[in-house]
Design a protein around this ligand. Structure first.
Ligand SMILES: [Zn+2]
Length: 541
């Protein structure tokens, strides 16, 4: 009652109050209209001027591993070397029982060239191996003990799908990129099913505290070492999964189409409670910061001269077409990671091939990250019905963008980044997700950056928040909210029941401290989620 109810329903965007019965919304209207429905047993929640929204949905996140990271040596909340050192030393001291110090969340732009050295870690913990993944998960920082134990040395050949950063004498320097991380990762104590469930539990509480009621998990694993499908099924079967989760089953790029059988079998196990594994996630390229994103024209070097390097296509583009076509025919949604403009084009080509071969359907394929999109490809999202799945927190002039991206893409291509405004204007469906733990899953923070294309002044993730990044690619508040509610629900196939405040839908709701539409754009981040509901049950606040 007495609130600003923003419904995200085009037919009736605003109301004052909502009535809920049996977990569903039964009326949306004015205070007077809703007051008439109050009975003796009705619980009345006064909004007192707060804003009520549909629960936020995250279209691309990694909650079990992110939750586990919160329980491990967690560097993701700070952005300075000194703070990393303090956290690592404190964590090691607090956990004398651990054979390995494992964690992650460091930011590449804190280190020269994006490569932290083993000596820093050796100075903190000389006697136990350390393994810390980068914020984006594509690199690892290790100490000398970890290198010794894994046998990585000056004579270790470079792996085909990654590389070892080396000192001038050829010795490994402490950073491993892409596939090279596996040289050490394979020695880590394997996470148990209980670990993943513990991570999921922490993650769910945290996401609810940010108003999130549903997400798409962009990496649901069925292989030993990352068996998160089992974790979700167990968690859901025990009744503890209060969020709605669509699982994107991991495509193992080292295997071929024969794995489709396994994915079909996994999907058949995967409808329990609010969980269903109906999507498949394919990694088509890496990331720009270490030059593994697939680009059409070569990367520049630090002096601005063209190199020979056009990044990677983790899946051969012709094979990607065949895989997408098969998955589409099997009824899967295809969720493709594509960062560079060549990878985005390869992903669109593959989804176009599936459409031509199988005809139209309702699988709602999506391409996540879409960091660099060639202007010629912008209209294809709408034409092909492919959802553009963006991570708005990355669309700002932060350290990683200024120092590790723009110089290597060059001036023209740098303006093709995160083209959310262009995509929205083209009529594409724009859905947002955080890629947590790559970056914060806070939807309000992400909405702030999507609207402003600038980090909030109090939130310096890598600093350099100064100028607006590509002003034409800003989107308005309503478009940003839709990307986290109705459009994310669409890509999650949850829009019939969630994503807007409408009679008949589930009462999955978020209460925000301020009406976002009353705030100046550059103060949006100041609003805080105060309560979160799933099917009318309070899960936060
Ligand atoms: Zn991801």
């Amino acid at each position: 009652m007495d609130g600003a109810v923003y419904t995200v329903d085009a037919a009736r965007p605003w109301a004052q109050a909502v009535a809920v019965r049996g977990g569903r919304i039964v009326a949306v209207g004015t205070d007077d209209e809703i007051r008439a429905l109050i009975g003796a047993a009705t619980e009345v929640v006064e909004l007192d001027g707060a804003m009520l929204l549909p629960g936020f949905q995250d279209a691309h996140a990694h909650p079990p591993s992110s939750g586990l990271e919160m329980l491990q040596c967690n560097l993701s909340q700070v952005y300075r070397l000194g703070a990393y050192e303090r956290i690592i030393a404190e964590y090691a001291a607090a956990h004398p029982e651990l054979g390995w110090i494992v964690g992650g969340g460091w930011s590449m732009d804190v280190f020269p060239g994006g490569n932290p050295s083993k000596e820093i870690l050796d100075g903190l913990v000389p006697d136990r191996p350390i393994y810390l993944t980068s914020r984006d998960g594509h690199s690892a920082w290790v100490n000398s003990r970890a290198l010794e134990m894994s046998g990585v040395a000056d004579d270790t050949p470079e792996p085909a799908d990654g590389w070892i950063v080396r000192a001038p004498d050829g010795q490994p320097a402490g950073t491993l990129h892409e596939g090279a991380v596996q040289l050490v990762e394979r020695l880590l104590p394997k996470e148990t099913d209980e670990d993943w469930i513990a991570g999921l539990r922490v993650a769910q509480s945290y996401l609810h505290s940010l108003g999130i009621t549903a997400w798409q998990d962009a990496n649901v694993g069925i292989e030993a070492g990352y068996r998160t499908l089992d974790a979700y099924l167990t968690f859901a079967a025990s009744g503890d999964l209060s969020a709605r989760v669509i699982g994107a089953l991991w495509w193992d790029r080292h295997r071929g189409p024969e794995q489709i059988e396994d994915l079909v079998a996994a999907r058949q196990r995967g409808v329990v409670g609010r969980f269903a594994a109906t999507s498949v996630k394919i990694m088509q390229d890496g990331v720009i910061e270490n030059f593994t994103a697939g680009v059409l024209e070569p990367y520049l070097d630090a002096e601005g001269r063209p190199t020979e390097n056009r990044g990677r296509s983790f899946v051969d583009p012709e094979e990607l077409k065949a895989i997408a076509t098969r998955l589409d025919a099997e009824g899967f949604q295809v969720h493709i990671h594509a960062i560079g403009e060549r990878a985005v084009r390869e992903a669109l080509d593959a989804l176009e091939a599936a459409l031509r071969a199988n005809g139209p359907n309702d699988h709602r394929h999506h391409i996540a990250h879409i960091q660099v999109v060639h202007p010629d490809d912008l209209p294809r999202f709408r034409e092909l019905g492919v959802v553009a799945n963006g991570q708005p927190l990355w669309a700002a002039l932060e350290g990683q963008m200024v120092h590790l991206t723009i110089p290597f893409l060059g001036p023209e291509r740098s303006t093709w980044q995160y083209p959310f405004g262009s995509l929205a204007r083209s009529g594409a469906i724009l859905a947002f997700g955080s890629d947590w733990s790559v970056s914060s899953p806070d939807p309000i923070l992400q909405i702030h950056v999507a609207v402003n294309r600038r980090a909030p002044r109090t939130y310096a993730y890598g600093g350099e928040s100064g100028d607006v990044f590509l002003p034409d690619e800003r989107i308005d508040l309503a478009t940003a909210i839709a990307a986290f509610t109705v459009n994310a629900a669409y890509v999650n196939h949850l829009d019939a029941d969630t994503g807007s405040i409408e009679v008949g839908k589930y009462a999955d709701l978020a209460v925000v401290s301020r009406n976002l539409f009353d705030l100046p754009d550059d103060e949006l981040f100041d609003a805080k989620v105060e309560q979160t509901y799933v099917e009318g049950e309070r899960v936060f606040g």
